[in-house]
Design a protein around this ligand. Sequence first.
Ligand code: 5RP
Length: 235
Amino acid sequence: MTTTDPVTLMKQAVGKAAADRVQSGMIVGLGTGSTTAYAIQSIGERLRAGDLKDIKGIPTSFQAIVLAKEYGIPLTTLDEVEKIDLAIDGADEVDPHKNLIKGGGAAHTREKIVDTLAEYFIVVVDSSKIVDRLGSTFLLPVEVLPLAMTPVMRAITKLGGQPQLRMGVKKAGPVITDQGNFVIDVKFDRIDDPATLEKELNNIPGVLENGLFVGVTDLVLIGEVKDGQPIVREM
Ligand code: 5RP
């Protein structure tokens, strides 16, 4: 189906641009979210057209598993491979150092495992995700074991954050991650030192992983609309 919605056009363009960098024989980390979904679709189309061969995907979520199956991308696991050649994933915020906030889809724990292991990590975003400082527009997601929710929230408050439990949409009660945990979204007035905050949060007992991705990204592909046409630029 064709669309003229500019955000969708940007996401499609940037997803395809990332998929074009996949080469035959690669093990590819498949990220999560609406932008990455277009990259997964595009990889599948290249496979079907015979333009790509011998690809295996490592999914970062149930969403990625479902999409890979839909578009005919064979999947494997971290137990079966020695390396991941390339990972493609979205982000909720990108700063000028290519550091990220992720976890809008509550998948940041698996995403960080896969994206960090990849030899080359491409982030796909539309231009609305580019910020001067992390935390400006998006709350920072933290995945937490349900039994530790209350002490973790207290510890986060001591670090200067305002935590709130993420609630489900079309589901009563909290969001449950693919691992069966909760997500706490945290408002920080400013995140001046993301590398330190990433470690401090992960050091709280009961926290599995937070959505700060520091020093992981190799390339950011940014979708923009210019004169009504989608274009892709690199950061
Ligand atoms: C999921 C993520 C997503 O990559 C992030 O939320 C971006 O999603 P979208 O491309 O739909 O804006 O981190 O946990």
